[in-house]
Design a binder for this molecule. Structure first.
Ligand code: BG6
Length: 464
């Protein structure tokens, strides 16, 4: 694996601490990158030593012998996200560090800052030459990673995309969604298209509905200011849920490649329409730090969507997402239709499910009907389950670690292409005009009571 200089913009923030620092340490521990330097940059005025200490605290518990080896390769530089002069200083510091460690200039710049700054940051990276467009010949590769949420609506995402395209080529750009590197999410396309048993059934003739659940027990975790201005729709539905939906609903790509898959996901996102929905907010949300006292920000949503393509005509896609719910459950349920029952007496109306349990416990399971032992015609549902960690004898790696590894390898399938993002925003923008009701729900419950009938009538796996 080649060498790499990692630059984190927004290095004193929550994402750097919770996800990026542990992922970098794990990459280094696993020797996925041998020669490296890590340079954090943000607004805060802290020293290299103070930043190293923050890094150390973020990776405590990983491997106590590792950090002392990493420490001399970790640096910090204060920058203003729209201050070119400070980027020039950062650029000189990076060049000096690369020289010192004989690094070739391969760079990943991870932008973990509010998307309001994405355009000024992009301009500053280009003008300070921290990232160069020319990737030809022997030039080192240089890539920029933008965290989600990418914009706040379709127009702002478009503006950022336009700005990026002025300075860089699309193949240098990664708009990340860490869900795409979750092991079971990245297997959806392969499972669907390499097993002949699924494809003939994967359509409105055989599928009754699809349910996508992103249920979290966690609350705001100190991110009140961010969350209160985004809410559940823009925090996880626009990106994670829409990506899951597009992987389930897409057509066979012309080629099994990043571009082939992105083309087909885009076609799905173009054709999604929200038909119905409910929003919720957990009790005492107003008392969270940095949340406005009369905030109307939803922390829960339950949406019924239609994918208006011939394959999915009439099949509802239900998306449930929320914080402070009763369980951590990230899963997709494909509910097959009932058989046209000729064996009337033993007809079972709870028909088959394919469940992709992303977290916790990565599993694929198929619920089938079998004969109930001790009876002649009694029917009982059973589960055929593939447990990822058990079969492959390895814990699924943390998604940010895979993400960084794939970006180093230049793999674009972990990136959400500019047009996918814009169409996914259009879906969320359309919800604004629906004036959906906002219900309260108890913390650590399964959501607002007002949804009981909706969930029951639609036979949703998740029932209030
Ligand atoms: C992030 C959201 O993108 O995804 C968080 O900003 C959310 O609010 C998180 O908690 C959920 O990710 P995961 O991997 O824990 O399911």
């Amino acid at each position: 694996m080649s060498d790499c200089t990692f630059v984190i913009l927004g290095a004193t923030g929550d994402l750097a601490k919770r996800k990026l620092m542990p992922a970098l340490a794990k990459l280094i521990k696993d020797e996925k990158v041998k020669n490296y330097a890590i340079i954090g940059a943000a607004n805060s005025d802290i020293s290299d030593e103070q930043f190293q200490e923050r890094f150390n605290n973020a990776v405590l518990g990983l491997d106590k012998d590792l950090f002392p080896l990493m420490r001399p390769r970790i640096f910090y530089q204060r920058i203003g996200f729209d201050d070119l002069e400070s980027f020039n200083i950062l650029g000189s510091k990076i060049a000096e560090i690369e020289k010192r460690f004989a690094l070739s200039g391969n760079r990943i710049v991870y932008v973990a800052a509010p998307s309001l700054y994405y355009c000024p940051i992009t301009q500053c990276l280009a003008m300070s030459k921290i990232v160069q467009r020319d990737q030809s010949g022997d030039a080192p590769w240089q890539r920029i990673v933008y965290e989600k949420p990418f914009g706040v609506d379709q127009q702002s995402a478009r503006d950022i995309n336009h700005c990026i395209a002025t300075w860089f080529d699309e193949n240098q750009i990664y708009r990340v969604d860490h869900y795409l590197t979750k092991e079971l999410v990245s297997s959806i396309v392969l499972v669907r298209f390499t097993n002949i048993i699924f494809e003939p059934l994967w359509n409105s003739n055989y599928i009754d509905y699809v349910e996508i659940i992103l249920s979290e027990t966690l609350g705001l975790e100190g991110r009140g200011r961010y969350y209160d201005s985004y809410g559940v729709l823009r925090d996880v539905v626009q990106n994670h849920a829409m990506q899951l939906l597009s992987l389930i609903a897409m057509e066979l790509p012309v080629k099994l490649s990043a571009e082939g898959i992105q083309d087909q996901k885009t076609e799905v996102l173009k054709n999604v329409r929200v038909e119905e929905g409910f929003l919720g907010q957990y009790e005492d949300y107003h008392n969270e730090p940095d949340v406005a006292p009369n905030s109307q920000t939803p922390t829960f949503s339950c949406l019924k969507m239609a994918v208006e393509t011939p394959r999915w005509r009439g099949v509802p896609f239900y998306i449930k997402a929320g914080k402070k719910l009763d369980r951590k459950d990230t899963s997709i349920h494909i509910k097959f239709k009932n058989v046209d029952c000729t064996l009337k007496e033993s007809c079972v109306y709870e028909s088959d499910y394919l469940t992709i349990q992303i977290e916790p416990n990565a599993t694929f399971s198929l619920q089938l009907n079998t004969k109930l032992p001790g009876t002649l015609y009694g029917v009982a549902p059973v589960q055929l389950t593939f447990n990822h960690d058990y079969v492959f004898r390895s814990a699924t790696p943390e998604s940010y670690e895979i993400l960084l590894e794939q970006i180093m390898a230049g793999e674009q399938s972990v990136s959400v292409r500019f047009d996918e993002i814009e169409y996914a925003w259009a879906v969320i923008d359309s919800i604004k005009n629906m004036n959906l009701p906002l219900y309260n729900y108890k913390q650590l419950s399964s959501g607002p009571d007002e949804l009981k009938d909706f969930a029951r009538n639609n036979k949703m796996r998740w029932r209030v």
